[in-house]
Design a protein around this ligand. Structure first.
Ligand SMILES: [Fe+2]
Length: 390
């Protein structure tokens, strides 16, 4: 049994690369993931790997299909000229992008436009503002929708970690969660697509989104109403918001934590609650998920060591999703476990920490997903790894 909380950033004698985050993953780019040069996740890691560099300015390719007609693009658009590959300004900020603009580009066989890296955050806000339309647009492939939902959510959590007290950010979280719930309620395929998007690299912002998606899907199977899914989802997306107030030198420490530093880490649920209460923007459900997501049915959790019947049902869902994602993502001291190995470890070493019914539902949910994702190839390499529901 591990002598650590798998959802914590550090393990005694081992370290975790908290803060060594990469930028948001774009559809046709990958993040820069070099820990030494990675930006601080609280400052927003806006920008995917640039497609090019011209005169000190980097550009990111954007598939033309991501620009919605009759919308105002609040970022600059560039085209890459054939001769010499120079980036040429095509449109300034805050202009309406209409049908005729798109058709003209399509006639010229333009598949990608480019934005300067410094405009990436505005571009993500643009996608976020269009999320509802994108989700309901039947012409957009479901996988692309999942990618956009995931990218918008991860960028949003980065913004929240940077300015957690900002009311606007909390309202954005509620809107993004509502869109995510709408998307997930369309069918199991949507959950499968989002699972495929999930980063296996553990950063606070990707972890927050993963837990949100997992928890909503789990709660859906448990029969929660749409309103409850929205409430729970917001709590899940914000569950680690208190880490915004943990000193970076503790979060990013690469050597074993002292007992004092452990105490600081364990304060993040209370710090999170204080932040949310300060914004006045969230309901009781959201607050209880944040303050109780590290409580355990055995009473060995924190911050209050609550017993099973003292922990809110939604916080029990959060705790299970939290641990499952922590086990399923890479850490410096271990590779990500596959679905069945994660479930088995939870069963064998933490079973009594969890609500039995919720945990069983997680097994059903993830077993079905593993099959859907054709994960069987890696699972069958060792039949010992296969989960057997007790
Ligand atoms: Fe946490």
């Amino acid at each position: 049994m591990p002598k650590h909380d798998p959802t914590c950033s550090h393990v005694e004698g081992l370290t975790y690369r908290e803060g060594a985050c990469g930028p948001v993953v774009m559809s046709d780019t990958r993040p820069n993931e070099t820990p030494d040069s990675a930006p601080d996740e609280r400052q927003g890691a806006a920008g995917a790997r640039p497609a090019g560099d011209a005169g000190g300015v980097s550009y990111i390719p954007i598939p033309l299909d991501r620009l919605r007609v009759d919308t105002v693009t609040n970022f600059r658009l560039y085209l890459k000229s054939g001769a010499g590959g120079k980036y040429v300004l095509y449109r300034e900020r805050d202009l309406v992008f209409g049908d005729r603009h798109k058709e003209k580009l399509q006639r010229s066989k333009v598949r990608n436009v480019f934005i300067p890296t410094e405009d990436h955050r505005e571009y993500m806000r643009y996608l976020e503002s269009q999320l509802s339309n994108i989700i309901s647009d039947a012409s957009i492939p479901e996988l692309e929708k999942a990618r956009i939902v995931y990218e918008c959510s991860t960028q949003l959590v980065q913004d929240i970690l940077e300015k957690p007290w900002l009311r606007e950010n909390i309202r954005r979280a509620q809107d993004v969660v509502q869109n995510t719930v709408t998307h997930l309620l369309k069918g199991t395929g949507q959950f499968t697509s989002l699972l495929n998007m999930m980063s296996v690299d553990y950063y606070t912002y990707t972890h927050s989104v993963n837990v949100c998606v997992l928890g909503i899907a789990l709660a859906q199977k448990l029969g929660l109403s749409v309103h409850e899914l929205n409430q729970l989802g917001t709590g899940l997306l914000l569950h680690d918001i208190g880490k915004a107030e943990i000193p970076l030198d503790v979060l990013r420490k690469q050597t074993p934590l002292t007992a004092e530093e452990w105490e600081i880490i364990r304060m993040h649920p209370e710090r999170g609650l204080e932040i949310l209460e300060g914004t006045g923007e969230v309901d009781e459900i959201c607050r209880v998920v944040v303050i109780q997501h590290h409580e355990k049915c055995t009473g060995r959790g924190y911050p209050h060591g609550l017993a099973a019947d003292e922990i809110h049902y939604f916080a029990k869902i959060a705790a299970i999703a939290d641990v499952f994602d922590a086990l399923s993502t890479d850490r410096p001291y271990k590779n990500a476990l596959n679905t069945f190995a994660s479930l088995r470890l939870m069963q064998e070493t933490m079973r009594e920490d969890f609500d039995e019914k919720i945990f069983r539902e997680l097994i059903v949910l993830m077993s079905g997903q593993a099959t859907a994702m054709e994960d069987a190839a890696s699972e069958s390499e060792g039949s010992d790894d296969r989960w057997e529901a007790a």
